[in-house]
Design a protein around this ligand. Structure first.
Ligand code: MYR
Length: 131
């Protein structure tokens, strides 16, 4: 289950990923230490995600398979949806400004939640621990 509160522990290749996303150096440096925390509450197809970081706190509601809008901390707007494939959540999102796809997955492995990101050929991971 994805339910619970997850605190960022470490990231892999996130700097390169953000660079590919076009995020400037100053913002990348800040984002590398964003203290991201997410709380996931799943009820069947319905999800409620609370996100908090040094940048903001927000509440996101979505249903599996239903398109919704989400803005990154720098204001970049995405539109897309999450699905569940086996024990993996898979999100396919499109940037509104350039039409390019951002693919993300979440999987719980042991006591960690691993979120992967792909954008324009660059992969990254952010790994969270229960907290
Ligand atoms: C959620 O389930 O947490 C809400 C929806 C998340 C949408 C996709 C997240 C992509 C985040 C990419 C961050 C990259 C920053 C450069």
């Amino acid at each position: 289950t994805f339910n619970g509160t997850w605190k960022i522990d470490r990231s892999e290749n996130y700097e390169k990923f953000m660079e590919q996303m076009g995020i400037n150096l100053v913002k990348r440096k800040l984002a590398a230490h964003d203290n991201l925390k997410i709380t996931i509450e799943q009820n069947g197809d319905k999800f409620h995600v609370k996100e908090s970081s040094n940048f903001r706190t927000l509440d996101i509601d979505f249903n599996l398979g239903v398109t919704f809008e989400y803005s990154l901390a720098d204001g970049t707007e995405l539109s897309g949806s999450w699905a569940i494939e086996g024990d993996t959540m898979k999100g396919v999102f499109t940037r509104k400004d350039n039409g390019k796809q951002l693919i993300t997955t979440r999987i719980v492995q042991g006591d960690e939640l691993i979120q992967s990101y792909n954008y324009e050929g660059v992969d990254a991971k952010r790994i969270f621990k229960r907290g």
